[in-house]
Structure formats: C-alpha cells, structure tokens
Write a protein that binds this ligand. Structure first.
Ligand code: NDP
Ligand code: GDR
Length: 373
C-alpha cells in the first residue's frame, strides 16, 4: 500500500484516466487531475469519484489545464509537487488525427515535452516519476510479428508520428537528465467507458441499439483490421506498476491474442442472441442476420445490419497489431485478467442497458438521442 503519495494525471476525464484515478485512490494516493474547460460538463467518467471541494482532506482534486499551455502545466506541477505524473492526455483518435494533424502534433507530441520540461524547470527531476502513454500505433506498418520492445517503429498516421516524438523525448529526458521516465507501449484497450467513436464501443453500442429497434444498421470501415484488444482496467494497473520499479524501463502491454474487427462484431451480436453471416467483399461486404435466439433482440432473419462505408477508411491503415508482453510478464509479474469474451460481454451489457433507457424514453414519446457515428 503506497500511502500519501501524490499523483497528477493528465487526461483524467478519459477512459484510462477514470480507471487509473480509481486505482490510485484505492491505493491511498492523493490524486490530482487536469481537465480541459468545455462548454458542457465533461466529467461523466469520474463523477463517481468527485469529492466536495469545500470539505477537508479531499483526495481527488481537479485543475483546469491543457497540454498546449506550458505556463499552465508549470503552475499546476509546481502547486501539486507530484511524486508521479501519468501523461494520458492526447487527441487519441487515429482517424481524426488526419483531420487535425497540427493540433495532434502540438498536444500529443510537444505536450509531452512541455511536461518533461516543467519537471526540469521546477527542479523535480529526482522527485517526480513520469509515465508516458505510448502506443502500439508506433509499429504501424509492422516490421515483425508479434511486436515487442525491440521491434522497429513505422508510424502510419499524424497521431502515431506525434506519439513517436513523445516516445523518444521521454527516452531522451531519461538518458540526459537521469529522470525516472518511462513509456508504456500499450496495445488497444477497451471498456464500457471507451469513447463511442472507437471501433469496439461503436460496435457494442450499435448492436445494442439495433437489437432494440433504435438503429437499423452499423456502418464500419475496414473490418479485416486485426487488433490485440485488452481491458482498460487491467492496463492501468500496468501504468502504475511501471512507476514502482527500481529503474525506469519501457514495456509493451498486450494480451498476445489477435482478432479482426469483423470477429468483434460477431462476438458482440452473439451476446444478444444474434448470429451473423458475412458476405461480399470490400465495400460490398454486408453482415446479415441468420439466426435470432432468446428475447433480447427484435431483428429478424434476413435483416442486413452491418454494412461497409468507405468514409471510415483511413488514408494509411494499420492492418495488423499483435503484442508480445513477455517482458512485462517477467519483470512486472503481470498477466491480463480479463478475456476478450468477458470484455465484449461487459461492453454489450452496459450498452444494452443504455439502449433500454433510450428505448423507454422513446416509448414515452420523447425524442431519443440518435447520433450514430
Ligand atoms: P481518451 O480519448 O478516452 O482520453 C483522452 C484524454 O485526454 C481526455 O481526458 C481528454 O479530455 C484529454 N485531452 C485531449 N486533448 C487534451 C489537451 N490538449 N489537453 C489536456 N487534455 C487533453 O483516451 P484513452 O483514455 O483511451 O487513452 C489514454 C492515453 O493512452 C492517450 O494518450 C492515448 O493516446 C493512449 N493510448 C490509448 C490506448 C487505448 O487503446 N485506449 C492504447 C495506447 C495508447 P476531454 O475528455 O476533454 O476530451
Ligand atoms: P485504433 O482504434 O485506430 O487502433 O487506435 P479504433 O478503434 O479507432 O480502430 C481500430 C481498427 O478498426 C478499424 N475500423 C474502424 N475504426 C473506427 N474508429 N470506426 C469505424 O467505423 C471502423 N471500421 C473499421 C480501424 O480502421 C482500425 O483498423 C486506438 C486508439 O485508442 C489510439 O489512441 C491507441 O493509441 C491505439 O488504439 C492503440
């Protein structure tokens, strides 16, 4: 039990930020998070951790900030004096990074430099340990299967190129200034808290809505893409473990098992009693209902509920990712606890509950939220 440590999390309002906050609070940490100012509330994922700022001994505190503002980062780090910084903030959507490449470079690449420099400017090199949220997207056009710590990088998007800079500036500050700074090269990890436009959540949400008649069809891009999907709750434990070692090192975190996007659709549908058959190729591929069991799904045999929309293709795609987590298993004693089947079940159940709420709202004559991206 690491009591009284102080952690600062950037990206606290995101999927990993929420799970990591929970983990660190459970371990007795004082947790500070940086959130961006937004025109609407943006703390849904951490509202259950909220503590009244007017009471004493509060252990969860939020600060307004942004990775593109050095002055703000220096001020917060000076005020918080963290033992550990987890840099989770990023424009994290690969497809969107093609639309906003300069901003992505600024936030994801230079943002990391800004934090490392703040630590140095404040003379905290020996006190503050730094975790950088690196990514399997660095492998991009893969040079070796499976990918491990020594596999060469070949980034395939503005997001991955920005993260490449962040990876190396973290290594450089470790070597140049003796800082405890490390990269977790994490493969895709998902959960019911995953953003709705990442493919797994888009799938589980759509399948739940289709089952209840709230949506007709799920439109996807490249269904043949292969990913190594784990559970975010498992992976944030690794982020913490990486900062508890004697010396800083970089680690690949993955399950070592790979599935296609198409399989993820099949598994999700099956959770609600729907069996799908896929036919056609490329842009003409469709998923048709061939069997419906149980009473959860209202769709009928013969319904086409999955179609390809080239709008979701990426200018350069990462076709296959498969991680080799041997080093993490050996040095950190870690193995993922949650299987893909359990992950899919948890996500589908959570989205089915939300869809049932939307369905009740619609039945009661109110306009149901209906944004399908
Ligand atoms: P999310 O997209 O769920 O969360 C990203 C967080 O970053 C949000 O809190 C977001 O704020 C915040 N953010 C975005 N831009 C800025 C900015 N300019 N300044 C401050 N905060 C900002 O990502 P995940 O939780 O899934 O991922 C966490 C990190 O791990 C990211 O860096 C991601 O790139 C990386 N990663 C994720 C993997 C995954 O599979 N999930 C795998 C490998 C790496 P807001 O809520 O306001 O949008
Ligand atoms: P990824 O995740 O790009 O791997 O980045 P995403 O879920 O967006 O895509 C995974 C694969 O699915 C294909 N795909 C689609 N993707 C989306 N979003 N929407 C679709 O409709 C769709 N159809 C097919 C994609 O082309 C891709 O091949 C995630 C992010 O969390 C990054 O921040 C993180 O670094 C990496 O995982 C590891």
């Amino acid at each position: 039990m690491s009591q009284n440590k102080v952690a600062l999390i950037t990206g606290v309002t995101g999927q990993d930020g929420a799970y990591l906050s929970e983990l660190l609070l459970d371990k007795g940490y004082e947790v500070h998070g940086i959130k961006r100012r937004a025109s609407l509330f943006n703390t849904d994922r951490i509202d259950h951790l909220y503590q009244d700022p007017h009471v004493d001994h509060q252990r969860f505190k939020l600060h307004y900030g942004d990775l593109t503002d050095s002055t703000n980062l220096i001020r917060i780090i000076q005020q918080v004096q963290p033992d550990e910084i987890y840099n989770l903030a990023a424009m994290s959507h690969v497809a969107v990074s093609f639309e906003t490449p300069e901003y992505t470079a600024n936030a994801d690449g230079i943002g990391t430099l800004r934090i490392l420099e703040a630590i140095r400017i404040l003379g905290l090199e020996k006190k503050t340990r730094f975790y950088q949220a690196s990514t399997s997207e660095l492998y991009g056009l893969v040079q070796e299967i499976p990918q491990k710590e020594t596999t060469p990088f070949y980034p395939r998007s503005p997001y991955a190129v920005a993260k490449l800079y962040a990876y190396w500036i973290t290594v450089n500050y470790r070597e140049a200034y003796g800082m405890y700074a490390c990269n977790g090269v994490l493969f895709n990890h998902e959960s019911p808290l995953r953003g709705e436009t990442f493919v797994t959540r888009k799938i589980t949400r759509a399948i739940a809505r289709i089952a209840l008649g709230l949506q007709d069809c799920l439109h996807l891009g490249n269904m043949s893409a292969l990913r190594d999907w784990g559970h975010a709750k498992d992976y944030v434990e690794m982020q913490w473990l990486m900062l508890q070692q004697d010396k800083p090192e970089d680690f690949v975190i993955a399950t070592g098992v790979q599935y296609s996007v198409r399989q993820f659709v099949e598994f999700s549908a099956r959770e609600l009693g729907i069996t799908l058959a896929f036919s056609g190729e490329g842009e003409r591929e469709v998923g048709t209902v061939v069997q419906v069991e149980g009473n959860k799904a209202r769709c009928k045999v013969g319904d086409v509920i999955v179609r390809v929309d080239p709008r979701y293709y990426r200018p350069t795609e990462v076709e296959t990712l498969l991680g080799d987590p041997t080093k993490a298993k050996q040095k950190l004693g870690w193995t993922p606890k949650i299987t893909l089947q359990e992950l899919v079940r948890e996500m589908v159940e959570s989205d089915y509950d939300s869809a049932r709420r939307d369905h009740l709202v619609k039945e009661a004559g109110f306009q149901a939220y209906d944004y399908n991206e």
